[in-house]
Design a protein around this ligand. Structure first.
Ligand code: FMN
Length: 383
């Protein structure tokens, strides 16, 4: 009988040999004062490293216009690159592989985060509705402001920022980069038909709405190679008004383009990371939502010719099931990894998990809610 894969079976992801499938999901934690990673980041990422494990950093700004949260790290200055090197070295010393998530929030920002207090940029000039709030530097919640819709020439500049940041990430020692194309941020603002109202070659048809993402992919691959690049998408997630009238079709369109791109290059991307739709189909019952979610994921899984990573609400059981059933090759864990630095061994042992405190997700203290969650066995970490 063939072995059934589990969260704890090894996985070969192109040039990277992983010893298990439990991945640290990218998570903004707002601890990088002045946009520069520090000793707290070294500790946080090292705590979550395991031999042959795979980590993805928090969303990392590609340029001065990219941020919409307090204290987000960047990767566009030499000082930031040097600071990230200490994080990467500590993670590598523990045997893990680490990708940097490249992030531009687009319109999910406020002039307080923009150079010279300018308007944030987007595919559109429509602001995010008042249903959503931006976290301000003083911890209060403000409104998202009206964005400036990028001109064609400005889009090319942003593509170059992704390319340069990818080069910088490799210079800092990262094993690769993940392009954040999900959750209502800049790339998703081009992908989703409820946001993108352009009439040029970046709007309208699926072909056009995917153009910006594919130009970023092309530019980054030309600089660092396909096997060091991953893409994250969330076709069925409506965070920050990022609705699409056909999430299945949008996901399949992106996948078809990535498949074609991989064929043309003769090399696969590192992986495609998809956020589970589970939480957003609100008018459905929980069982129906679960069914819808699995159905979408199955169709995307069948279509994508490469490594697929899933994220969103996974537990030990559902993660094991997803891998065993072939729904995902890798599963990324977010909130549980915040409160369980040794999540991998706890899941392996089926040990009880520490619950997370939402109140400290986005606070700037370098220790509280960041590196002070307990390990199952203190000595494991001290080793
Ligand atoms: C505090 C916090 C910050 C997050 N920041 C990011 C981010 O920077 N980039 C990203 O792609 N996803 C981000 N996410 C989404 C996570 O990567 C993950 O998909 C989500 O938490 C669902 O997984 P979970 O149920 O295991 O937590 C964030 C989630 C949380 C809770």
């Amino acid at each position: 009988m063939a072995d059934i894969s589990s969260l704890f079976s090894p996985y070969n992801m192109g040039k990277f040999n992983l010893s298990h499938r439990v991945v640290l999901a990218p998570m903004t934690r707002c601890r990088a004062l002045k946009g520069i990673p520090n000793a707290a980041h070294v500790e946080y990422y090292a705590q979550r490293s395991t031999p042959g494990g795979f980590l993805i950093t928090e969303g990392t700004s590609i340029s001065p216009t990219s941020s919409g949260f307090p204290h987000v790290p960047g990767i566009y200055t030499d000082e930031q690159v040097e600071a990230w090197r200490s994080v990467v070295d500590a993670v590598h010393a523990k045997g893990s592989i680490i990708f940097c998530q490249l992030w531009h929030v687009g319109r999910a920002s406020n002039p307080v985060y923009q150079p010279g207090g300018a308007a944030p940029i987007s595919s559109t000039s429509k602001p995010i509705s008042e249903k959503w709030r931006v976290l301000m530097p003083d911890g209060s919640h403000g409104v998202f402001s009206e964005p400036h819709a990028l001109t064609t020439a400005e889009i090319s500049e942003v593509v170059q920022h992704y390319r340069q940041s990818a080069i910088n990430a490799i210079r800092a020692g990262f094993d690769g980069i993940e392009i954040h194309g999900a959750h209502g941020y800049l790339i998703d603002q081009f992908l989703k038909d409820a946001i993108n109202d352009r009439t040029d070659e970046y709007g309208g048809s699926l072909e056009n709405r995917c153009r910006f993402l594919m130009q970023v992919v092309e530019a980054v691959v030309s600089a660092i190679g396909a096997e060091r690049l991953a893409v994250r998408i969330s076709p069925a997630i409506d965070h920050m008004d990022a609705f699409d009238s056909d999430p299945l079709g949008l996901g399949l369109a992106v996948i078809e383009k990535l498949n074609k791109f991989q064929k043309e290059k003769g090399t696969k991307l590192a992986y495609l990371h998809v956020t589970q739709p589970r939480f957003t189909l609100l008018e459905r019952t929980e069982a129906e939502r679960e069914e819808d979610s699995v159905d979408l994921m199955q169709q995307w899984r069948r279509a994508y010719e490469g490594t697929l990573m899933c994220s969103g609400g996974f537990t030990r059981d559902s993660g094991m099931k997803a891998v065993a059933q072939g729904l995902a090759d890798l599963v990324s864990f977010g909130r549980l990894f915040i409160s369980n630095p040794d999540l991998v061994s706890k899941l392996k042992l089926n040990a009880p998990l520490t619950s997370y405190n939402r109140n400290t997700f986005y606070t700037s203290d370098p220790v509280i809610g960041y590196t002070d969650y307990p390990f199952l066995q203190k000595q494991t970490h001290a080793n």
